[in-house]
Structure formats: C-alpha cells, structure tokens
Write a protein that binds this ligand. Structure first.
Ligand SMILES: NC(=O)c1ccc[n+]([C@@H]2O[C@H](COP(=O)([O-])OP(=O)(O)OC[C@H]3O[C@@H](n4cnc5c(N)ncnc54)[C@H](OP(=O)(O)O)[C@@H]3O)[C@@H](O)[C@H]2O)c1
Length: 329
C-alpha cells in the first residue's frame, strides 16, 4: 500500500510517499481502507521532535517517539474510510461499513490501510457525511473534550476560549455550549463570523481588543491555542477560576504548583485518556446538530509536504484534510 513515511525528524520535506506492506488484521481487528485523514498539530510537532517546545520537551518527545529516529514511520492520527476486512472475533463491524476514528500517538493514518481493534476509538460514520468531512471529527474535539471535562463546567459557567479558530478552539466553542456554558470566544477578525456560527455567545477580536483589560472575569479561561498564559489571564479569572492549557512545559509546572497553592488553578493533565465512548459521543453530537468539524483546506496525499507546511504556520482555521483516495465520496 502507499503511505506517507518519514525516517528522520525534521522539516516537512522529510515526508515522502513510499510503498509499504499492508497491515494484516488480528482476530479482534478491522482493516480500514482509508479515504481521508488530516494533517494536524500533533503530526507536525512529532515530525520535528517538538524542537520548538524547547530542549526538555524535545527530549521527552524523542523518548516517546524514538530517540534517534521515529519508531512509527507513518504519521496521521485520525481517519475516515471503509472496512475492507474483519478478524474472526469482530462483531461490531462488517466489510463495507463507513467508519471514522482516532489512533492518537499510535499514528499510522497517513496510509491507504490501517488495522484497528474493534474496541479502540473507531465507530461508524455519522449519517450523511463524506469521508473528507468525517476525517477531522476527532483531533480537536477529543482534545477540547479532555480539557473541558477537567474544568467541571456547570450550566451557566462562564468560559472564555482563546484561539477559538483552531482545531481545538472551534471544537471547544461547540462543546462548551453542549456543556451548558456561556461562551466568549477570542479570535482574529477574519474568523469572527465563523466562530459566532459555532454558537459563541459573544466574540472578541484580539487584533482590536485585549480581553484582559476589559474588566470582565470568567470561571474558566481555555487557552485553546497555547498562545496566552496563566500570568496574563489570572486577573480575568473569577475567584476559584481555572485556566485550561493545551501546550507548554511551564503549564505542567504551574499545574502542579497551583494544585497545592493559590485559589486559581492551572489545569493541564497529560496524557489525555480518550475512549471509544468519547467518539461515540461526537458521532451523536454531529447527528443531533450540536457539533461539526470545521475544515479549512484539503490536499491530496501527494501534496502532504505542502499540507504540513501550511499546518506549521499555526494559522489554519479548524482542520486540514489529506485525501488519500481522490475518487471516494
Ligand atoms: N491538535 C492536536 O493534535 C494537539 C494535541 C496536543 C496539543 N496541541 C496544542 O494545542 C494548541 C492548539 O492546537 P490546534 O491544533 O487547535 O491549533 P491550530 O488549529 O493550529 O490553531 C490555529 C489557529 O489559532 C489561531 N491563532 C494563532 N495565533 C493566535 C494568537 N496569538 N491568538 C489567538 N489565536 C491565534 C489562528 O488564527 P489567527 O492566526 O488568524 O489568529 C488559527 O485559526 C497548540 O499549541 C498545539 O500544539 C494540539
């Protein structure tokens, strides 16, 4: 099968397409023919061994992914496709089912085929979706779900989402509304209308207004794009407020510190523990009109370097889809 592979950590042009052996299903696994996947921030960070995160984060990244070279040569952590074969013990899926899923740090989705255990994060696609629409369901939404659950939102909790236009941010706005929160979303001028359409109660254009100086305070500030900080947000948190982080070694330390000291807490818990139930929830939310993954650009598999280069700008709106099989619907 064809797959996008890399053998060295580095810039986007370490990626190339190669013929590799097709995986073979075990008893409890399904073989999925992938039609669409995504290029996301976890792919680009892993590919460059998180060097932009600093030495400590880069060393940790290599310990997870392979010290000298990547152990898993195929990136890609989410997919949509068709079941092509099932193991003898599989009961939930049949050949021909349209499925979507998430492999997390196991990666492997930038390929024509992948094997998944039927109990893993794989489910039948929401009705009426194309493969390209279904491929980006999981990445931003699972990350947002993990963070928002840790914040223990209640009906009417006030949440400010900073970086509301990214993969995590666009999902975060919709999921915070699902949890009953009052949502203020912060993004750039060009994304204001989009973010409003996702359900934000109000939007702030960060190019025109600094939310930390407008006198408002929130129960939760969700830094969905890793560009703000607890220090700059602290004054805009209500007493007992929580700052949800998605990135940054400093936030790991602050999370430990504020757990014991101070009234306002930094919440950054790694690694996230996502389950099959989580993606079944996302499927239900899509089918009931409460969630939709936002797609910015689509690239064919052959243009993976260009796709990764765009994702690295940190300016995508929602998600970037990589189409593996151009002829599929
Ligand atoms: N996605 C993952 O798999 C994953 C997993 C773990 C952690 N993370 C971390 O979580 C964070 C978000 O990931 P993501 O995938 O959601 O990011 P993303 O989709 O790449 O975020 C891009 C969006 O952020 C906005 N943005 C950029 N700079 C900004 C700023 N200074 N203020 C406000 N908005 C800004 C951009 O719009 P404008 O430039 O137009 O404002 C763009 O819409 C990253 O730090 C990432 O490393 C991601």
């Amino acid at each position: 099968m064809r797959a996008v592979v890399y053998d060295h950590y580095g810039p986007p042009d370490v990626l190339r397409i190669e013929d590799v052996s097709q995986p073979v299903t075990k008893e409890d696994e399904v073989l999925v023919k992938i039609h669409a996947t995504t290029v996301n921030r976890m792919d680009v960070h892993t590919r460059e061994a998180n060097r932009r995160g600093g030495l400590a984060v880069s060393v940790l990244s290599r310990l997870v992914s392979g010290v000298r070279a990547p152990r898993q040569r195929i990136l890609g952590s989410e997919f949509a496709g068709e079941v092509a074969a099932v193991g003898a013990a599989v009961t939930e899926f049949a050949v021909g089912d349209r499925v979507f899923g998430n492999t997390g740090l196991g990666f492997g989705a930038h390929a024509e085929f992948i094997c998944m255990s039927e109990s893993a994060r794989i489910a039948k696609m929401p009705a009426g979706m194309t493969f390209e629409q279904a491929a980006p369901i999981c990445d931003g939404a699972l990350n947002a779900l993990w963070c928002l659950r840790l914040a223990r939102l209640q009906q009417g909790s006030t949440v400010l989402i900073y970086g509301a236009s990214g993969a995590i941010g666009t999902a975060g706005v919709q999921l915070a509304k699902y949890f009953g929160a009052d949502v203020t979303a912060v993004c750039n001028t060009k994304n204001l209308e989009l973010v409003k359409s996702l359900g934000a109660d109000r939007v702030i254009d960060y190019t025109k207004e600094d939310f930390t100086t407008n006198g408002q305070a929130y129960d939760v500030i969700f830094d969905a794009v890793g560009k703000h900080s607890f220090k700059r947000s602290e004054g805009s948190l209500m007493p007992g407020g929580r700052y949800l982080a998605t990135d940054g070694f400093t936030n790991v330390v602050l999370g430990l510190w504020t757990r014991r000291f101070g009234d306002k807490k930094v919440i950054f818990q790694l690694p996230p523990r996502w389950t099959k139930q989580d993606i079944l929830l996302l499927k239900e939310l899509i089918e009931t009109g409460k969630f939709r993954p936002v797609i910015d650009r689509r690239y064919p598999m052959e243009d993976v370097v260009e796709a990764a280069t765009y994702v690295e700008t940190e300016q995508k709106t929602g998600n970037v889809v990589l189409t593996i099989d151009q002829d599929s619907g």
